[in-house]
Write a protein that binds this ligand. Structure first.
Ligand code: GLN
Ligand code: ZN
Length: 759
């Protein structure tokens, strides 16, 4: 018999119940008790939702983040927090957010733990902190309590635990000690934990070691060996769990570690499964993650069964089935969607639907395909309809991609020639000032958008309202004295959704929320079909903005790579192919802007870095097609048209060559918090084009002083020739209010004036 299980369930809730409960608690409108009741009932609901499975994950739920939970379970709480008064929950939220719900504005707030991306997903975890004084102690009450609750509800609980090696690997040493020195202590905590779990009647534990899909040096491989050999005597069965990629040179190690079973992502590592079966000792179970936990598409069940049946014949009871990874990365329930086009909806599956797919596959293997004949037939119909639908497949779009020429990826002349023509056409002072695009999204702006959606405001009145916002924004920028203006992005809800809504090939959900961090969720657009540009999107707004001023107006677009990386994408063609389609669509918008008289166009690639593969050895494959896509999007313009790009992060060292290949005339980046040191990468590489290193952090309400900006720009000028420097904030200003924006920009402009007159 095949056994089914799940690696993790989305915890945010069908209607984001967790988010709303948390936010109420933080605002102190509900008590701790009410919060904990709400989360307990969400957990129960989610267990009931998974009853079609043999083993149900417990411990995957979290009030904020599962890595932070692990830190608390291991007693690894930063001293700056543990020495404060308050409850455990206060401590927890202080590490998560810098403050507890009980904290008053004065005194108790501390710096939150650092947050960073969970492998190659859009989920962010709180980085564990270590130093030479770190000692662990086991605090498993909360987990044991959850297990107890689950058992009371007749749930076959399989606790989900982050493995000790991945836990260390994810963390950061705050001093120069070596985090691997902590391994022995950590292993003994896990040994104690397993004993406690056994006493609670637990048989299987899922122990996540996703580091196994990354490039590991000998030291880390040794850490894995040491850990699992030492834990070998544990009385419970460990399911060593990997996901998000192939095992590659860790394959043999993963197969040999002395545990009871291995879970592999059979979507990403499908080609390795035969080898794994070959290597895996025959007392171990093999769990195959055959349902994609990273997308929202139905699985082709027949095809999967064709592949699985011989594997099942070989492994028999040793075969387990699951989604490829935790379902944290997909929305909860497709049935919540009331507005999706029915045909497109019939191709999709969210978490609940994916778990049903797991159950159907298991039933087909256990009792023959006939036992699920009807479901298989329905599935085949959906799969065929998607593969043939002319909503998905547009011959003209595919043809256009085929016809892309090398010339389309290049500007007419290299930068040294372009800059002459641009400086002739766009007269700018030294240290020109600009912003990254958005200005405050005020209550009025959001209300107008809402009223348009609910039809309280007509299309025409909405336009007028937005034009008024644009006018205000332009006037403010003129008064401030910025050199290159923007229209302010009032009409945009989100930098990807806004464009997706107007391009063919995208669709949107009502409740397709995915947790990004804590209570924050994103609702990624869905790219279901060939993408094309059917009408000009931004020209009307930009031209209107330009008509209000003599100063140059910068057009503002989102780049193809960012649109791709922030959407759910198709699984029926390579990402690179979808990206090229997006590139052509953006190119059409770029040329439309140029034709409408806009001489400066910014193409944001905020998420370029996020798409980097987990293994460095594969970076170049990604960068090659991603940079090519950007170039196709950007390079359909004349020499005199100035292309800007923007990236809001501060790590460029390892991708500087690719950044240079983008060949944007101007790149604006986030630098203020790194004291311009990241410009070293640009300096060493002799980055040839213009750079606008951000001079203040827009995430903070603090107003930067003139001196601080001058100081930063002088540092920048030590690395980049002054005539190639721009002055701008780190990122867009939409989350700030005007009272913060005005004085900040005033100081920025004063600094630029000082710099250019003291050159
Ligand atoms: N143009 C966008 C803005 O200013 C860029 C946002 C981003 O980089 N995340 O809001
Ligand atoms: Zn940014």
């Amino acid at each position: 018999m095949v056994t089914t299980h799940n690696l993790g369930f989305p915890r945010i809730g069908r209607k984001r119940e967790l988010k709303f409960a948390l936010e109420k608690y933080w605002k102190k409108t509900i008590s701790e008790k009410t919060l904990l009741e709400a989360t307990a009932s969400l957990r129960s609901q989610h267990w009931q939702d998974q009853m079609m499975l043999d083993w149900i994950p417990v411990g995957d739920f979290s009030l904020y983040d599962q890595v932070l939970d692990t830190s608390f379970m291991l007693g690894n709480i930063p001293v700056r927090v543990s020495e404060l008064p308050g409850s455990e929950l206060d401590h927890y939220f202080r590490v998560a957010r810098g403050r507890a719900a009980t904290d008053d504005s004065a005194g108790t707030s501390v710096s939150a733990g650092e947050m960073t991306k969970w492998f190659d997903t859009n989920y962010h975890y709180i980085v564990p902190e270590f130093d030479q004084h770190t000692r662990f102690s086991l605090h498993s009450d909360s987990l044991l309590q959850q297990i107890n609750n689950a058992q009371e509800q007749a749930i076959q609980a399989k606790p989900v635990i982050l493995g000790p090696v991945t836990y260390l690997w994810l963390g950061k040493c705050k001093d120069d000690s070596d985090k691997l020195d902590l391994l022995d202590d950590l292993i003994s905590m896990y040994a104690q934990l397993f004993e406690a779990l056994e006493k609670s009647g637990i048989k299987w534990v899922q122990i996540d070691e996703p580091v196994l899909v990354t490039e590991l040096d000998e030291v880390w491989k040794h850490a894995l060996r040491k850990t699992y050999y030492q834990l070998q005597a544990t009385p419970i069965d460990l399911l060593l769990t990997t996901y998000f990629g192939q095992l590659q040179d860790n394959l043999q190690l993963a197969c040999e570690l002395p545990v009871s079973g291995l879970h592999v992502d059979a979507i990403m590592a499908k080609d390795e499964i035969a080898k794994i079966i070959d290597w895996l000792p025959n007392n171990k179970i093999l769990s195959l993650g055959v349902i994609n936990g990273r997308n929202i598409w139905k699985t082709d069940l027949t095809e999967t069964l064709n592949w699985l049946e011989p594997i099942h014949a070989n492994l028999q009871d040793r075969l387990w089935l699951a989604p490829s990874c935790s379902l944290l990365h997909v929305p909860v329930d497709l049935d919540s969607e009331q507005q999706l086009d029915l045909e497109i909806k019939s191709w999709m599956a969210f978490a609940l639907q994916k778990l049903n797919e797991v159950a159907v596959l298991a039933k087909a293997l256990n009792h023959g395909r006939n036992s699920v004949a009807e479901i298989l037939q329905e599935n085949r119909t959906a799969i065929e309809s998607r593969s043939q639908s002319n909503r998905v497949h547009q011959a003209a779009v595919k043809q256009r991609v085929l016809e892309i020429t090398p010339a389309m990826g290049s500007r007419q002349s290299p930068y040294p020639q372009r800059v002459i023509e641009q400086r002739e056409k766009i007269q700018l002072p030294f240290f020109p000032t600009t912003t990254i695009g958005s200005f405050p999204q005020t209550k009025e702006i959001r209300q107008a958008r809402m009223d348009l959606r609910t039809k309280k405001l007509s299309e025409k009145d909405y336009r007028l309202a937005m034009q008024k916002e644009i006018e205000t924004c332009v006037r403010e920028q003129e008064t401030l004295g910025l050199d290159v203006l923007v229209h302010g992005e009032a009409e945009r809800n989100d930098m990807v959704e806004y464009f997706g809504e107007q391009l063919a090939g995208f669709t949107f959900t009502q409740f397709g929320w995915v947790q990004s961090y804590g209570s924050r969720c994103v609702k990624p657009p869905i790219i279901f079909g060939d993408v094309s540009h059917t009408h000009a999107i931004t020209t009307e707004w930009t031209v209107y903005a330009q008509s209000l001023t003599d100063r140059p107006m910068k057009g503002m677009l989102t780049g193809p790579v960012t649109m791709l990386n922030w959407s759910f994408v198709r699984d029926d063609q390579p990402r690179a192919e979808t990206c090229l389609q997006l590139a052509l669509a953006v190119r059409d918008e770029v040329t439309a802007l140029e034709k409408a008289g806009i001489g400066i166009i910014q193409i944001d690639e905020a998420a370029l870095r996020e798409g980097l593969p987990l293994r460095k050895s594969q970076w170049n494959i990604y960068l090659d097609w991603a940079i090519r896509a950007f170039r196709i999007a950007a390079n359909g313009v004349k020499n005199s048209t100035q292309i800007h790009t923007h990236m809001c992060y501060s790590e460029f060292n390892d991708i500087i060559e690719a950044i240079a290949q983008m060949d944007a005339d101007v790149i604006t980046i986030e630098t203020s918090r790194s004291d311009m040191e990241l410009l070293d990468a640009f300096d060493e590489f002799h980055y040839p084009n213009e750079i606008g290193p951000g001079v203040y952090d827009i995430h903070s309400p603090n107003i930067p002083s003139v001196d601080s900006i001058i100081h930063l720009m002088k540092k920048a000028a030590q690395r980049i020739p002054a005539q190639r420097l721009w002055v701008n904030p780190d990122c867009g200003l939409k989350t700030r209010n005007w009272d913060e924006v005005k004085p900040a920009l005033q100081n920025m402009i004063a600094a630029s004036k000082y710099l250019s007159s003291n050159l």
